[in-house]
Design a protein around this ligand. Sequence first.
Ligand code: GDP
Length: 454
Amino acid sequence: SPEDYALLDVDETGAPVEPAEVLPVVAVVGRPNVGKSSLVNRILGRREAVVQDVPGITRDRVAYPADWAGRRFMVVDTGGWEKDAAGLDARVAAQAEVAVQLADVVVFVVDATVGATGTDEAVVRLLRRSGKPVVLAANKVDDQRGEADAAMLWSLGLGEPYPVSSVHGRGSGDLLDAVMAAVPEKLLGDEEHAPGMRRVALLGRPNVGKSSMLNKLTGSDRVVVDATAGTTRDPVDEVVELGGREWRFVDTAGIRRRVHQTSGADFYASLRTQAALEKAEVAVVLVDGSEPLAEQDVRVITSVVEAGRALVLAINKWDLLDEERRHYLERELEKELVQVTWAPRVNVSALTGRHLERLVPALDVALESWDTRVPTGRLNSFLGQVVAEHPHPVRGGKQPRILFGTQPSTQPPRFVLFASGFLEAGYRRFLERRLREEFGFTGSPVEVSVRVRE
Ligand code: GDP
């Protein structure tokens, strides 16, 4: 009966749905060819194929959800780094530096068959300075004999080297135990702050004005640098007072570091985007209004939707726009951003401060939508009415009916519809549109899944 369905908290596969949680970030760092990607594959249990490194190509996806012994975390694979030989040391170090900033725990991979190289030692110095917990993986230890090679790596001064064979899977359990043990107890120190503080990620491709906006937002207001007690790590988040309330801007270190001035900017940007999204509830995506909309802008926005976070669009550099550009911009936005017509938009200038005060109401409405729970009764009377007015088209003499709907979770709102037959994609989109018209959801992705009753 419909009442039975109401007890289920499931996604489309029938798995229980958990509310958005903040996961620890584990970065896998090391020289090219030490086996980072195969180790990441191993950690993921090969459930997710990691795209092989292609020189010159920036991978979209660098962070993957994983779990070990019942604990969930994100693995950041830094293997996408370009691999030309020149300036290798500098690049590996730069890569490690960024990954380390983002990570809660670093897995440093060394090729035990080669031993510690000068580059490895340089990275170790950097890891030490960071104060982040590091677990040393001695890779390519395929058999007992390799254990001696692994033991040599004590010399790096990073503590016990964990011998692994990421190709054969040997030793990865012990390594993961060590990684989990190294995850700081209090990831964000949230408990020590006002409980209601919302977490915001400031995102956008390089040069759209993220650091300018951050400066403007923090400049006149009080900034509390949030050093996590008891660790020596750099503060990664900043608490910013806006509209009389405190907001946690996550991973502002990644914005202030201006890594985009180095080569490989795209890769870093995408790494940062995904790590910041993990920690945020809502993203403000900045777009440079004075320039044509880029594919990378769309990619950042897509990442937000895929991560299920609330979204506010900020069109920046408004001070540079003339009448003609504004006209074209509107057409571009209409054409390229159809998937997020629901996102509130503010036209701002980080330089002059124009309309920055509009961010807070936009954030509020997006987060409110993100948190919304539609009572089951109300949802079903609405569904009944919609279906009566616009029934699913008859296909092959059959007409699938919607039996019942429920919203098992929020952040973002997820709906499960129970139907007597398969619902066409067009009809699902229609339902989502009607749900939005009825209940708002401005600024939040909405997931609608359908379960067909056997
Ligand atoms: P980030 O890479 O996203 O952090 O971008 P930055 O904040 O470093 O900005 C890139 C460049 O754009 C800098 O030269 C800024 O001064 C400039 N910029 C940022 N915001 C604005 C704006 O609203 N108007 C104008 N005219 N320039 C801006």
